[in-house]
Design a binder for this molecule. Sequence first.
Ligand code: AMP
Ligand code: GLY
Length: 442
Amino acid sequence: MKVLTVGGGGREHAAVEAFYRSGAEIYAVMKNANPGIIKRARGYRLIDEKDVQAVCGYAKECKTELAFVGPEAPLEAGLVDALENMGIKCASPTRAAARIETSKTFMRELLRDHKIKGNLGFASFDNAKDAADHIRSVKYDIVVKPVGLTGGKGVKVQGEHLHSFDDIMRYVNEIFDNNIGGAGVIIEEKAVGEEFTQMVFCDGKKISPMPLVQDHKRAYEGDVGPNTGGMGSYTDADHLLPFVTSSERKEALNIVQKIVDALRKEGCTYRGPMYGQFMLTVDGPKIIEINARFGDPEAMNVLPILRTSFTDVCMAMAAGTLTDNIEFENKATVCKYVVPEGYGVRSKAGLPISVDEEQIERCGAAAFYANVDIVNGELVTGTSRAVGVVGMAESIEDAEANCEKALEYVKGEAIFVRHDIGKKELLQRRVDHMKELRSVRR
Ligand code: AMP
Ligand code: GLY
C-alpha cells in the first residue's frame, strides 16, 4: 500500500514507524528534513504542508492510495478535501470536520447544541470591551484562549498565568492587537482537577479507544512556566492512569462518541484519530479541548505499542470499517521531549544535536525526531521540540528509568528536558490531588 504522510514532527515520525512496521510504502511531505522519516520513506519532498496544490501534486506523482495528515494546519487548509477529490482515501478529517479543533467556539457550541456532557462555561468575543464586561460578570475563574489555532501555546489560566483583572485584559488585548489565532477570543470557565488524554480511532461512526495518556503542557519541572505543545507524557500498562478509574474513562469515551455522532448529524462526518483532552474534576471529566489528530507527544506513547497493523487501522478509518479488534501491548511508556533552551518563550535554535539510536534501543527505548533539520549535512535544532525519547517497560517506573538511560544518548548544546515526567513523586502528586479534591467534595 502506497501511503502519503504529511508532517515532519515526532508524532509523524511515530506514525511513519507504525506504517513501516505494517509494510506500507511511504511517501512523505514535510517542511523540515526529519531523518527518522527519511530513513523509512521510499520518497519524500520538503514543502510547506499547507501548500495543498504542491502536496496533491506529489501524491499524484507517487500514486498514493492512502493519506495520513499529522498536524492541524494542513487540515485547516483543506488538504484532506483536496486529496479526497483526487480519489485518495484519507485517515484524517476534512476541513469542516476538523473545525472541532480549529475553532474552539465551534467545539463548545457543538457540545452545547447537542447537549453533550463535559462542557464548560464559555463565551466568544470579537472585541475587548465585550470580553471585559463578560469577565467582570462571571463568578468563576477563567481561562483566556484565542479561538483559532496557536500550536498549543495560546492559553493563559487565571491563578497560574493571570493574577488580576488587569493581567487578564492585557492578554485579551494582546490577542486582539496581534490577531493571535486569527478569530477572536474565547473566555472559558476554569476546570480544576487532573488532565488526561483519551485518543480514539474513528471511522465516521464508530470509535475505538487508545490507551489513556497524560501529557505535561507546562514548560518547566513541577508544572510551572508557559504552556507548550507538550513536554512529555506517559501511559500505564493497563491503559488507564493511576488517578482515573475505568468508569471515569467510560464517561470520557461516551462524550467522544457523542461528539462523533454530533459531527455526523451536522453533515461533517469525522474520520481519523480524534484527541480528547479532559480535566478529571469532582463532577467527572470535562472537555478542555478536542483535536482533529493524534496528540504530539501522545502519538509517541501509543503508536509504538500498537499491535494491530497501523495501515489496516488507517484504511478502516478512511473506509468506515473500523472493528473492535484493535490491540495495544500491555506496556507502560514514558516519553520526554528534548527541547531547545528557551522553548515556550524564545528558543535558541540552529544548534547541533546528535542522537545515538542504537544505544537508545538498547536501553528499551526509542527516539523520534521532531523539529530538527539537516543543514550542510549536520543535524540541528529548530525553534520547537527536537527529539522525543520513549522508554517502554512493564511498569511506569521501569519505562521512566529506560527513558532516562536513553536520554544520555541525545547530545546537544542548549537543550533541556523535564526530567520529572513519569517520576514517582509527580505521579503521587496527581493521585493525591485527585484524592484531596474528592474528599473535599464528600
Ligand atoms: P489547550 O491548548 O486548550 O489544551 O490548553 C492548554 C492547557 O491549558 C491545558 O492543557 C490545560 O492545562 C489548560 N487549560 C485549557 N483550558 C482550560 C480550562 N477550561 N480549564 C482549566 N485549564 C485549562
Ligand atoms: N499534546 C497536545 C497536543 O498535541 O495538542
